[in-house]
Ligand binder design. Structure first.
Ligand code: NAG
Ligand code: NAG
Ligand code: NAG
Ligand code: NAG
Length: 439
């Protein structure tokens, strides 16, 4: 049971891009699934379901899968080891399971964490942007007024390179670089806390880079919608990213040119929106960052590319997501939550929400002024096309882009320490890019 409880842990913490409604095949099954889900959320059914799930997984499913994946030809990727096949297959089942027992919807954290509870990390408060400030402007302000979003104080965490001591107030050294990380989790899960699996991305960069000494992750507000109380629609999370960027530049003293804004999965979506805001609303006190690092970015919430040749279809069996192949409902719970009171059409044509959408026309000029960008995605992931479309559009606008798509890697593979050797290889390449661009 050791292994499976560890897997469960992963799933409870893992920010998959898909939520419970992702699993709905047809709208007609909606009510049934919800009734079932709320039933399984109650004790003792919940506990019984846990036992049932793990017993069948360990004693029934895993042995069958081992048998099935023995021939290389039966594996989702012939190069994958049996171990990887099993982890990914179990992951798919666990995502279905966690959606049924509803372990996912936690409120956004709002508590301070004492330094002694953290290893190689430090807590920091990020103050919300003053609503009267000129930094609160443009599309973000317009939408915040529409959706009733305000600025709040949010938690953040510094992750320190092993052996680095926190000195004084922690002001930026001359020429020091850092990464501002927006974690993944389909806009409604995950955390910036160092124990969240997405911290394995920045922890990996700190391990391999020779110039980075610390990175910063922000606990942006998580969105929610029915059956939970609706909260934190667009642009709450982007405003929190903006507040964190302002903190790094104005309070800690980093030169914007030395900041890399990074995001994985839904965090990549937020990273693109944040950089876009800084470019579209030039302000001498808060210039755009020097670099952008995109990891398996969810760049199209409208599922606009799901034809027979799309990665949504071709890579469906080789990714961590369960469920409907090429679905128009991909990650629906996260999408509905972030939309809040906004029109559904926004996910097709709003450049802040879906910069990779096929409905977004014209695309010329959409990425003008974006900083040099490093794009990572798994060649075996469903969302691969989201990244290739972003790359095409950025290159058409003259942005300097490095692409890194290891062919047999899954969605957000940089956070999975079991995804070797691809994870460390890619982390080393990204770290070289970061170190080389050091001014
Ligand atoms: C982005 O990926 C999602 C998930 O596979 C898919 O639904 C959507 O159509 C993709 N969009 C593009 C432009 O690649
Ligand atoms: C899919 O790809 C195949 C082979 O590359 C090509 O023949 C076919 O026309 C493509 N289909 C679509 C719908 O793009
Ligand atoms: C993230 O890293 C920690 C420490 O290295 C490890 O214990 C954990 O299993 C990792 N998470 C994943 C999903 O690989
Ligand atoms: C091996 C495989 O089928 N990978 C596919 C993943 O999706 C892309 C589409 O973007 C295909 O080109 C790959 O062949």
């Amino acid at each position: 049971m050791q292994k499976s409880s560890c897997l469960l842990n992963l799933v409870q913490k893992f920010p998959p891009i898909c939520g419970e409604p992702f699993l709905l095949q047809k709208p007609t099954s909606l009510t049934n699934t919800h009734a079932m889900a709320s039933f399984l959320r109650r004790q003792p059914f919940r506990a019984l379901f846990f036992v049932y799930f793990f017993t069948t997984l360990v004693f029934f499913k895993i042995p069958i899968w081992v048998f099935r994946y023995l021939p290389h030809a039966n594996r989702p990727r012939s190069t994958w080891t049996i171990k990887r096949c099993l982890i990914i297959r179990a992951f798919q089942d666990l995502l279905v399971f966690s959606s049924k027992v509803g372990s996912v919807q936690k409120p956004s954290p709002t508590k301070e964490v004492a330094d002694k509870e953290l290893t190689n990390a430090k807590f920091a408060w990020v103050e919300g942007i003053d609503e009267g400030s000129e930094l609160f402007c443009g599309v973000l302000k317009q939408y915040a007024e529409k959706t009733g979003v305000h600025h709040v104080r949010i938690p953040g965490y510094w992750l320190l390179k092993k052996g680095t001591k926190w000195v004084g107030e922690g002001k930026a050294r001359e020429g020091e670089r850092t990464v501002l990380h927006l974690h993944g989790g389909a806009f409604y899960m995950g955390s910036a806390h160092p124990s969240d699996m997405t911290a394995n991305l920045t922890r990996g960069l700190l391990l391999h880079s020779s110039t980075l000494e610390r990175t910063f992750a922000v606990d942006y507000r998580l969105a929610a919608s029915s059956p939970h109380p609706a909260r934190n629609p667009f642009p709450a999370a982007v405003l929190d990213g903006l507040a964190a960027y302002r903190y790094l530049i104005q309070d800690v003293g980093f030169d914007p040119a030395n900041v890399i804004i990074a995001g994985d999965s839904a965090g990549g979506n937020l990273a693109f929106a944040l950089v876009r805001h800084l470019i579209e609303n030039p302000n001498p006190v808060l210039p755009p960052p020097g670099y952008l690092l995109s990891v398996s970015t969810w760049g199209d919430l409208s599922a606009s590319r799901r034809g027979p040749n799309s990665s949504a279809v071709l890579n469906a069996s080789s990714d961590i997501f369960p469920g409907v192949v090429g679905s128009s409902q991909f990650g629906r719970y996260g999408v509905v939550s972030i939309l809040g009171p906004l029109e559904g059409a926004e996910i097709e044509t709003n450049r802040y929400l879906s910069p990779a959408s096929a409905h977004l026309v014209p695309t010329k000029g959409l990425f003008k002024g974006f900083p040099p960008t490093y794009m990572v995605a798994g060649g075996a992931e469903r969302l691969l096309d989201n990244s290739t479309v972003l790359v095409e559009r950025m290159e058409a606008d003259g942005v300097e882009v490095v692409t890194d798509f290891p062919p047999d890697a899954v969605h957000d593979f940089l956070v999975f320490t079991w995804h070797e050797p691809e994870r460390s290889e890619a982390l080393r390449r990204i770290s070289r890019w970061i170190d080389r661009t050091q001014k």
